[in-house]
Design a protein around this ligand. Structure first.
Ligand SMILES: [Zn+2]
Length: 377
Protein backbone atom coordinates (compact mmCIF):
# COMPACT_ATOMS: atom_id res chain seq x y z
CA UNK A 1 0.00 0.00 0.00
CA UNK A 2 1.28 3.44 -0.83
CA UNK A 3 1.43 5.39 2.43
CA UNK A 4 2.83 8.43 0.73
CA UNK A 5 0.26 9.66 -1.76
CA UNK A 6 1.66 11.47 -4.76
CA UNK A 7 1.30 15.19 -5.02
CA UNK A 8 -1.60 16.50 -7.03
CA UNK A 9 -0.63 19.41 -9.23
CA UNK A 10 -3.42 21.91 -8.97
CA UNK A 11 -2.76 24.82 -11.22
CA UNK A 12 -0.11 27.15 -12.40
CA UNK A 13 -0.52 30.48 -10.68
CA UNK A 14 1.52 33.64 -10.34
CA UNK A 15 4.56 33.43 -8.07
CA UNK A 16 3.65 33.69 -4.42
CA UNK A 17 3.82 37.10 -2.92
CA UNK A 18 5.92 37.68 0.15
CA UNK A 19 4.16 36.96 3.42
CA UNK A 20 0.59 38.11 3.47
CA UNK A 21 -0.77 39.80 6.55
CA UNK A 22 -4.27 40.15 7.91
CA UNK A 23 -3.95 43.94 7.85
CA UNK A 24 -2.24 46.01 5.21
CA UNK A 25 0.92 47.71 6.42
CA UNK A 26 1.22 45.61 9.55
CA UNK A 27 4.80 44.44 10.08
CA UNK A 28 5.46 40.79 9.35
CA UNK A 29 7.94 38.45 10.96
CA UNK A 30 9.49 35.13 9.95
CA UNK A 31 9.92 32.75 12.86
CA UNK A 32 12.12 29.64 12.60
CA UNK A 33 10.00 26.99 14.34
CA UNK A 34 12.45 24.15 13.58
CA UNK A 35 15.97 24.20 12.26
CA UNK A 36 18.29 21.67 10.66
CA UNK A 37 15.76 18.87 10.32
CA UNK A 38 16.89 16.01 8.13
CA UNK A 39 13.29 15.12 7.34
CA UNK A 40 9.78 16.07 8.28
CA UNK A 41 6.82 13.74 8.63
CA UNK A 42 3.81 15.75 7.69
CA UNK A 43 0.52 14.39 8.92
CA UNK A 44 -2.37 16.32 7.50
CA UNK A 45 -5.65 16.50 9.38
CA UNK A 46 -7.28 18.50 6.58
CA UNK A 47 -6.26 19.18 3.02
CA UNK A 48 -3.47 21.71 2.62
CA UNK A 49 -1.52 23.13 -0.26
CA UNK A 50 2.17 23.02 -0.99
CA UNK A 51 3.40 25.90 -3.10
CA UNK A 52 6.72 26.32 -4.81
CA UNK A 53 7.52 29.94 -4.01
CA UNK A 54 9.61 30.54 -7.14
CA UNK A 55 7.13 29.21 -9.72
CA UNK A 56 3.92 29.73 -7.78
CA UNK A 57 2.95 26.15 -8.65
CA UNK A 58 0.51 24.72 -6.14
CA UNK A 59 -0.01 21.10 -5.12
CA UNK A 60 -2.70 19.59 -2.99
CA UNK A 61 -1.95 17.39 -0.01
CA UNK A 62 -4.89 15.25 0.97
CA UNK A 63 -6.35 15.41 4.43
CA UNK A 64 -5.68 12.63 6.93
CA UNK A 65 -2.56 11.44 5.13
CA UNK A 66 1.15 11.10 5.82
CA UNK A 67 3.74 12.82 3.68
CA UNK A 68 7.49 12.75 3.97
CA UNK A 69 9.41 15.93 3.31
CA UNK A 70 13.20 15.89 3.00
CA UNK A 71 15.96 18.04 1.57
CA UNK A 72 17.15 16.85 -1.83
CA UNK A 73 19.92 17.74 -4.23
CA UNK A 74 17.63 20.00 -6.22
CA UNK A 75 15.72 21.50 -3.31
CA UNK A 76 13.02 19.78 -1.31
CA UNK A 77 11.36 16.45 -2.03
CA UNK A 78 7.72 16.11 -0.96
CA UNK A 79 6.43 12.54 -1.22
CA UNK A 80 9.33 11.86 -3.55
CA UNK A 81 8.65 14.77 -5.88
CA UNK A 82 11.39 17.37 -6.23
CA UNK A 83 10.38 20.96 -5.72
CA UNK A 84 12.63 24.00 -5.66
CA UNK A 85 13.35 25.55 -2.25
CA UNK A 86 11.59 27.29 -0.56
CA UNK A 87 8.11 25.82 -0.50
CA UNK A 88 5.12 26.99 1.49
CA UNK A 89 2.40 25.03 3.26
CA UNK A 90 -0.91 26.85 3.02
CA UNK A 91 -4.13 26.00 4.79
CA UNK A 92 -6.87 25.29 2.27
CA UNK A 93 -9.67 27.82 1.96
CA UNK A 94 -11.87 27.43 5.01
CA UNK A 95 -9.64 24.63 6.27
CA UNK A 96 -7.95 24.46 9.61
CA UNK A 97 -4.67 26.12 10.35
CA UNK A 98 -1.42 24.23 9.93
CA UNK A 99 -0.61 21.83 12.73
CA UNK A 100 2.95 20.55 13.18
CA UNK A 101 3.51 18.18 16.05
CA UNK A 102 1.52 19.41 19.05
CA UNK A 103 1.40 23.01 17.86
CA UNK A 104 -1.01 24.95 15.74
CA UNK A 105 0.30 27.72 13.49
CA UNK A 106 -1.71 30.65 12.24
CA UNK A 107 0.64 31.89 9.55
CA UNK A 108 1.96 30.37 6.35
CA UNK A 109 4.66 27.76 6.88
CA UNK A 110 7.71 27.82 4.62
CA UNK A 111 10.21 24.99 4.30
CA UNK A 112 13.70 25.93 3.19
CA UNK A 113 16.68 23.78 2.29
CA UNK A 114 19.54 25.46 4.16
CA UNK A 115 23.23 25.53 3.14
CA UNK A 116 23.93 22.52 5.42
CA UNK A 117 21.54 20.42 3.36
CA UNK A 118 18.91 20.33 6.11
CA UNK A 119 15.43 21.76 6.39
CA UNK A 120 14.50 24.94 8.21
CA UNK A 121 10.82 25.42 8.96
CA UNK A 122 9.75 29.05 9.07
CA UNK A 123 6.37 30.55 9.86
CA UNK A 124 5.39 33.83 8.16
CA UNK A 125 2.93 35.86 10.18
CA UNK A 126 2.14 39.33 11.42
CA UNK A 127 4.08 40.54 14.43
CA UNK A 128 0.76 40.93 16.28
CA UNK A 129 -0.19 37.27 15.73
CA UNK A 130 3.34 36.24 16.70
CA UNK A 131 3.03 38.20 19.96
CA UNK A 132 -0.20 36.44 20.83
CA UNK A 133 1.87 33.22 20.78
CA UNK A 134 4.89 34.69 22.61
CA UNK A 135 3.03 36.30 25.49
CA UNK A 136 1.63 33.17 27.19
CA UNK A 137 5.06 31.51 26.87
CA UNK A 138 6.97 34.44 28.34
CA UNK A 139 4.52 35.61 31.03
CA UNK A 140 1.74 33.84 32.88
CA UNK A 141 -1.60 34.61 31.15
CA UNK A 142 -3.31 35.11 34.51
CA UNK A 143 -1.02 37.99 35.49
CA UNK A 144 -2.55 41.51 35.63
CA UNK A 145 -3.46 43.01 32.30
CA UNK A 146 -1.17 46.06 32.59
CA UNK A 147 1.83 43.74 33.13
CA UNK A 148 0.80 41.70 30.07
CA UNK A 149 0.50 44.92 28.06
CA UNK A 150 4.00 46.03 29.16
CA UNK A 151 5.27 42.59 28.12
CA UNK A 152 3.53 42.91 24.74
CA UNK A 153 5.27 46.22 24.00
CA UNK A 154 8.66 44.92 25.19
CA UNK A 155 8.31 41.67 23.20
CA UNK A 156 7.12 43.52 20.08
CA UNK A 157 10.05 45.93 20.25
CA UNK A 158 12.54 43.15 20.85
CA UNK A 159 11.22 41.05 17.96
CA UNK A 160 11.17 43.94 15.49
CA UNK A 161 14.85 44.63 16.24
CA UNK A 162 15.64 41.32 14.55
CA UNK A 163 13.62 41.75 11.36
CA UNK A 164 16.16 41.43 8.56
CA UNK A 165 15.05 40.62 4.99
CA UNK A 166 18.62 39.62 4.09
CA UNK A 167 18.35 36.55 6.33
CA UNK A 168 16.38 33.35 5.81
CA UNK A 169 14.30 34.12 8.92
CA UNK A 170 14.10 36.89 11.50
CA UNK A 171 13.83 35.15 14.88
CA UNK A 172 14.05 31.65 16.31
CA UNK A 173 11.41 30.20 18.61
CA UNK A 174 13.41 29.19 21.70
CA UNK A 175 14.67 30.74 24.92
CA UNK A 176 17.66 32.24 23.10
CA UNK A 177 15.18 34.81 21.76
CA UNK A 178 11.52 34.64 22.82
CA UNK A 179 9.69 31.37 23.35
CA UNK A 180 7.03 30.80 20.71
CA UNK A 181 5.04 27.59 20.22
CA UNK A 182 2.43 28.69 17.76
CA UNK A 183 -0.95 29.98 18.77
CA UNK A 184 -1.85 27.17 21.14
CA UNK A 185 -2.39 28.81 24.56
CA UNK A 186 -4.02 32.08 23.56
CA UNK A 187 -6.82 33.39 25.74
CA UNK A 188 -8.88 36.63 25.68
CA UNK A 189 -6.56 38.43 28.15
CA UNK A 190 -3.56 37.74 25.93
CA UNK A 191 -5.46 38.99 22.89
CA UNK A 192 -6.49 42.13 24.76
CA UNK A 193 -2.92 42.84 25.92
CA UNK A 194 -1.69 42.54 22.32
CA UNK A 195 -4.55 44.37 20.57
CA UNK A 196 -4.79 47.26 23.05
CA UNK A 197 -1.07 48.02 22.47
CA UNK A 198 -1.19 47.22 18.74
CA UNK A 199 1.87 48.57 16.93
CA UNK A 200 3.38 50.22 20.01
CA UNK A 201 7.15 49.99 20.43
CA UNK A 202 9.93 51.48 22.56
CA UNK A 203 12.36 53.81 20.84
CA UNK A 204 15.36 55.69 22.13
CA UNK A 205 16.77 58.48 19.95
CA UNK A 206 14.62 57.10 17.15
CA UNK A 207 15.98 53.53 17.31
CA UNK A 208 14.17 50.47 18.59
CA UNK A 209 15.35 49.57 22.09
CA UNK A 210 16.80 46.08 22.55
CA UNK A 211 13.98 45.53 25.02
CA UNK A 212 15.39 42.71 27.14
CA UNK A 213 13.36 41.38 30.04
CA UNK A 214 13.89 38.77 32.75
CA UNK A 215 12.00 37.02 35.55
CA UNK A 216 13.12 39.01 38.60
CA UNK A 217 15.88 41.56 39.18
CA UNK A 218 16.14 41.21 42.97
CA UNK A 219 16.17 44.96 43.64
CA UNK A 220 18.24 46.52 40.84
CA UNK A 221 18.22 45.78 37.13
CA UNK A 222 21.57 45.11 35.42
CA UNK A 223 23.12 47.11 32.62
CA UNK A 224 23.51 45.43 29.24
CA UNK A 225 27.19 46.30 29.45
CA UNK A 226 27.89 44.31 32.59
CA UNK A 227 25.76 41.39 31.35
CA UNK A 228 27.17 41.18 27.81
CA UNK A 229 29.72 43.93 27.36
CA UNK A 230 27.42 45.83 25.00
CA UNK A 231 27.43 49.58 24.69
CA UNK A 232 25.05 51.05 27.21
CA UNK A 233 22.08 53.05 26.09
CA UNK A 234 20.16 54.94 28.72
CA UNK A 235 17.10 52.63 28.72
CA UNK A 236 19.34 49.62 29.51
CA UNK A 237 21.62 51.28 32.04
CA UNK A 238 19.95 49.59 35.03
CA UNK A 239 17.51 51.02 37.59
CA UNK A 240 16.69 50.53 41.24
CA UNK A 241 13.60 48.38 41.60
CA UNK A 242 11.67 48.41 44.86
CA UNK A 243 8.69 46.62 43.28
CA UNK A 244 9.81 42.97 43.07
CA UNK A 245 10.80 42.64 46.74
CA UNK A 246 7.69 40.52 47.61
CA UNK A 247 8.56 38.00 44.86
CA UNK A 248 9.57 34.51 45.92
CA UNK A 249 12.47 34.84 43.48
CA UNK A 250 13.88 37.91 45.18
CA UNK A 251 16.01 35.78 47.58
CA UNK A 252 17.47 32.33 47.05
CA UNK A 253 20.31 30.08 48.14
CA UNK A 254 22.56 27.78 46.19
CA UNK A 255 25.16 25.29 47.38
CA UNK A 256 28.33 24.52 45.42
CA UNK A 257 30.55 21.70 46.63
CA UNK A 258 34.32 22.26 46.70
CA UNK A 259 34.61 19.23 44.44
CA UNK A 260 32.37 20.74 41.74
CA UNK A 261 34.09 24.10 42.09
CA UNK A 262 37.50 22.45 41.63
CA UNK A 263 36.26 20.62 38.52
CA UNK A 264 34.90 23.89 37.14
CA UNK A 265 38.18 25.81 37.52
CA UNK A 266 40.15 22.82 36.20
CA UNK A 267 37.97 22.99 33.08
CA UNK A 268 39.03 26.66 32.88
CA UNK A 269 42.76 25.74 32.77
CA UNK A 270 43.53 25.80 36.50
CA UNK A 271 46.09 23.21 37.66
CA UNK A 272 44.80 23.39 41.27
CA UNK A 273 44.15 20.20 43.24
CA UNK A 274 42.33 21.80 46.16
CA UNK A 275 39.93 24.71 46.63
CA UNK A 276 40.56 26.77 49.78
CA UNK A 277 38.18 29.70 49.44
CA UNK A 278 35.76 31.62 47.26
CA UNK A 279 34.75 35.26 47.22
CA UNK A 280 33.33 37.92 44.95
CA UNK A 281 36.19 39.65 43.17
CA UNK A 282 34.45 42.45 41.22
CA UNK A 283 30.93 43.83 41.25
CA UNK A 284 29.11 45.95 38.69
CA UNK A 285 27.21 49.09 39.65
CA UNK A 286 23.94 47.16 40.12
CA UNK A 287 25.65 45.08 42.83
CA UNK A 288 25.92 41.91 40.73
CA UNK A 289 29.11 39.85 40.83
CA UNK A 290 31.17 40.41 37.69
CA UNK A 291 33.82 37.87 38.73
CA UNK A 292 34.71 35.49 41.53
CA UNK A 293 38.14 34.73 42.96
CA UNK A 294 38.79 31.13 43.97
CA UNK A 295 41.70 30.53 46.34
CA UNK A 296 43.46 27.21 45.71
CA UNK A 297 46.61 25.29 46.62
CA UNK A 298 48.15 26.82 43.46
CA UNK A 299 47.22 30.43 44.10
CA UNK A 300 44.20 32.33 42.80
CA UNK A 301 41.86 31.62 39.93
CA UNK A 302 39.52 34.40 38.77
CA UNK A 303 36.37 33.37 36.89
CA UNK A 304 33.64 35.41 35.19
CA UNK A 305 30.35 35.28 37.09
CA UNK A 306 28.27 34.77 33.90
CA UNK A 307 30.53 31.88 32.82
CA UNK A 308 30.16 30.24 36.22
CA UNK A 309 26.36 30.69 36.22
CA UNK A 310 26.14 29.13 32.77
CA UNK A 311 28.31 26.20 33.85
CA UNK A 312 26.30 25.39 36.99
CA UNK A 313 22.93 25.96 35.34
CA UNK A 314 20.89 29.13 35.06
CA UNK A 315 17.90 27.46 36.73
CA UNK A 316 19.68 26.64 40.00
CA UNK A 317 22.29 29.40 39.95
CA UNK A 318 19.55 31.94 39.42
CA UNK A 319 21.52 35.13 38.89
CA UNK A 320 24.92 36.72 39.40
CA UNK A 321 23.37 38.99 42.05
CA UNK A 322 25.23 37.24 44.92
CA UNK A 323 24.93 38.91 48.31
CA UNK A 324 26.99 36.48 50.41
CA UNK A 325 29.23 33.44 50.12
CA UNK A 326 29.64 31.33 53.25
CA UNK A 327 32.06 28.42 53.63
CA UNK A 328 30.07 25.42 54.87
CA UNK A 329 30.87 21.75 55.22
CA UNK A 330 32.26 20.48 51.91
CA UNK A 331 31.57 23.63 49.95
CA UNK A 332 30.04 27.09 49.75
CA UNK A 333 26.57 28.45 50.37
CA UNK A 334 25.68 31.30 48.04
CA UNK A 335 22.86 33.70 48.82
CA UNK A 336 21.50 35.54 45.85
CA UNK A 337 18.79 37.85 44.61
CA UNK A 338 16.56 37.76 41.53
CA UNK A 339 16.35 35.35 38.62
CA UNK A 340 17.76 35.85 35.15
CA UNK A 341 20.27 38.18 33.51
CA UNK A 342 18.61 41.22 35.10
CA UNK A 343 18.66 43.45 32.00
CA UNK A 344 15.58 45.50 31.04
CA UNK A 345 12.11 44.86 32.41
CA UNK A 346 11.78 42.86 35.64
CA UNK A 347 8.64 40.78 35.08
CA UNK A 348 7.95 40.23 38.79
CA UNK A 349 8.29 43.97 39.36
CA UNK A 350 5.95 44.64 36.43
CA UNK A 351 3.40 42.32 38.03
CA UNK A 352 3.56 44.09 41.40
CA UNK A 353 3.44 47.54 39.74
CA UNK A 354 0.31 46.46 37.85
CA UNK A 355 -1.22 45.15 41.06
CA UNK A 356 -0.65 48.59 42.60
CA UNK A 357 -2.65 50.13 39.76
CA UNK A 358 0.23 51.42 37.62
CA UNK A 359 -0.54 51.49 33.88
CA UNK A 360 1.71 49.67 31.43
CA UNK A 361 3.17 52.95 30.18
CA UNK A 362 4.44 53.73 33.68
CA UNK A 363 5.87 50.20 34.02
CA UNK A 364 7.76 50.58 30.74
CA UNK A 365 9.06 54.05 31.66
CA UNK A 366 10.35 52.64 34.94
CA UNK A 367 12.26 49.75 33.39
CA UNK A 368 13.35 51.44 30.13
CA UNK A 369 13.98 55.03 31.30
CA UNK A 370 14.24 57.58 28.52
CA UNK A 371 12.54 55.33 25.95
CA UNK A 372 9.50 56.71 24.11
CA UNK A 373 6.41 54.54 23.57
CA UNK A 374 5.49 55.23 19.95
CA UNK A 375 3.72 53.60 17.03
CA UNK A 376 5.95 51.49 14.79
CA UNK A 377 6.32 53.50 11.54
ZN1 LIG B 1 12.80 43.69 40.04
Amino acid sequence: MNLLPALLLLYFSAPARAAEGPRAGEPQIRVAIARNSSSLKLKTSAKIYVQEVKSGQKYLLLGDANYEVRPSAGGIAVAGQELSSPIKLLAAEGGERIRLGAHLYKGDIALLANPEGKLDIVEYLSVEDYLAGVLPAEMSPDWPLEALKAQAVASRTYALRFVNPAKAYDVSNGVEMQVYNGTTKINPRILEAVSSTRGEVLRYKGKLVMAFFHACCGGHTASSKSAWGENILKPLYGVKDPFCAPSRHSRWEYYISSHDLLKFIQSRSSTALKVKGMKIYKKDRSGRAASFRITTDKGYKTVQATDMRKHFGTYEFRSTFITSITAVKGGYQLTGRGWGHGVGMCQEGAKYMANKGRPYTRILRHYYPGAAIVDYE
